[in-house]
Design a protein around this ligand. Structure first.
Ligand code: C2E
Ligand code: MG
Ligand code: MG
Ligand code: MG
Length: 287
C-alpha cells in the first residue's frame, strides 16, 4: 500500500544518501592523502588556445587530472566542488601553481615560451598571500608575470561583485592577465562588465559546441564578441569542435580558439610535439 511504499521509498532514499555521503568522504580522504604524498595521482594537463588570426601563436589552459588507483579518472567537475566545500581548494591551487610554474620553467629551458592560465575558485580570491606567493615562485624561476594568467568563473565573481573587483585589481597590479571563465552561464548584468578589471572573456562552451548548427547560439556568440571588444577585452571561445564553428568565430573576430577540434588537453610531454605538428599548415586540421 501507499504508506508502506512511501516508507520503503524513504528508507531507500536515506541509505542512498548515506552511501553518497560515505563515497564523498572517502574521496575527500583519498584526495587529502594524494595531495600530501604527491604520489603522481594528480597530473597537470594543458589545452592549447590558438590565436585565431594567424594560428601561429599558442597559449595554454592548465587543467587538473586525478587518476585514482581504484576508480580511475575522476573528472575535476566532480572533485573540485568537493574540495571547495571541504576547505581543500587552497591545497589544490597551491599544487597546481607549483606544477604549472615548474612546467613553464622546464619549457623555457627548452626555448619554448607560452602563457599558461590557471583556474581559480572563489575561495582562492580571499586568500591573503596567494598573489605574493605566486609572484615569489615566479621570481625563484626568473619568470615574468605574464607567464601566467588566471581564469575565474562569472558566477564566482558575481557572488560578491564589489569585493571581487578589488581583488581582481590586485591581480592586475601584479601584472597577471585575467579572464572571466564560462561567460554567459552566470547571471551577471552586462553593466558589471564595464567595472571588471579583466583582460579577457571566455565564452562558455555551451554556446560554442554546436555553433555551426544553432542560429540562437550564433546570435549570442557574435554579439558577445562585439560587446567584449567594445570594452577592449580579448575573447576566447572554448568548446570549438569543428571547422564550421571555427570559421564563424574567425569571421566574427574572436581572438583565441580553444576546443577539441584544435586539441584536447595534453599531458605536458605531448605539448611540444603538438606545437611542432600544428605549425605545419597542411596538418593543422588533423589534431
Ligand atoms: P573550465 O575552466 O571551463 O575548462 C574547460 C573545460 O572544457 C575543460 O574540462 C576542457 O577539457 C573542456 N573542453 C575544452 N574544449 C572542449 C571541447 O571542444 N568540447 C568539450 N566537450 N569540452 C571541451 P575539464 O578539464 O573536465 O575541466 C572542467 C572544469 O573543472 C573546468 O572548467 C574548471 O572549472 C575545473 N578545473 C579544471 N582544472 C582545474 C584546476 O586546476 N583548478 C580549479 N580550481 N578548477 C579546475
Ligand atoms: Mg577555465
Ligand atoms: Mg570555461
Ligand atoms: Mg567551467
Amino acid at each position: 500500500d501507499m504508506a508502506r511504499r512511501e516508507q520503503l521509498g524513504i528508507a531507500f532514499y536515506n541509505s542512498n544518501m548515506e552511501q553518497t555521503h560515505l563515497k564523498r568522504l572517502q574521496l575527500l580522504a583519498d584526495l587529502k592523502k594524494t595531495l600530501a604524498q604527491n604520489d603522481g595521482q594528480l597530473q597537470m594537463y594543458f589545452q592549447p588556445k590558438v590565436l585565431a588570426s594567424t594560428q601561429e601563436h599558442f597559449r595554454f589552459e592548465a587543467l587538473i587530472r586525478w587518476i585514482h588507483p581504484e576508480q580511475g579518472f575522476i573528472p575535476p567537475d566532480l572533485f573540485i566542488p568537493l574540495a571547495e566545500q571541504a576547505g581543500l581548494i587552497a591545497n589544490i591551487t597551491d599544487w597546481v601553481v607549483e606544477a604549472v610554474i615548474t612546467q613553464i620553467a622546464e619549457w623555457k629551458s627548452n626555448q619554448f615560451t607560452a602563457q599558461v592560465a590557471i583556474n581559480l575558485s572563489a575561495k582562492d580570491l580571499s586568500r591573503k598571500h596567494l598573489l605574493e606567493n605566486i609572484k615569489q615562485l615566479l621570481d625563484d624561476y626568473s619568470l615574468p608575470s605574464d607567464s601566467l594568467a588566471f581564469e575565474i568563473t562569472e558566477s564566482e565573481i558575481m557572488r560578491d561583485a564589489k569585493e571581487a573587483i578589488d581583488l581582481l585589481i590586485r591581480f592586475r597590479s601584479f601584472g597577471f592577465d585575467l579572464a572571466i571563465d564560462d561567460f554567459g552561464t552566470g547571471y551577471s548584468s552586462l553593466s558589471h562588465l564595464k567595472h571588471m578589471p579583466v583582460t579577457e572573456l571566455k565564452i562558455d562552451k555551451s554556446f560554442v559546441l554546436q555553433l555551426d548548427q544553432l542560429a540562437d547560439d550564433q546570435i549570442i556568440v557574435k554579439s558577445t564578441i562585439e560587446l567584449a571588444h567594445s570594452f577592449n577585452l580579448k575573447v576566447v571561445a572554448e568548446g570549438v569542435e569543428n571547422q564550421a564553428s571555427m570559421d564563424l568565430l574567425r569571421e566574427w573576430g574572436c581572438d583565441w580558439l580553444q576546443g577539441f577540434y584544435l586539441s584536447r588537453p595534453l599531458p605536458a610531454k605531448d605539448v611540444l610535439p603538438w606545437v611542432e605538428n600544428f605549425a605545419k599548415p597542411d596538418q593543422a586540421a588533423n589534431n
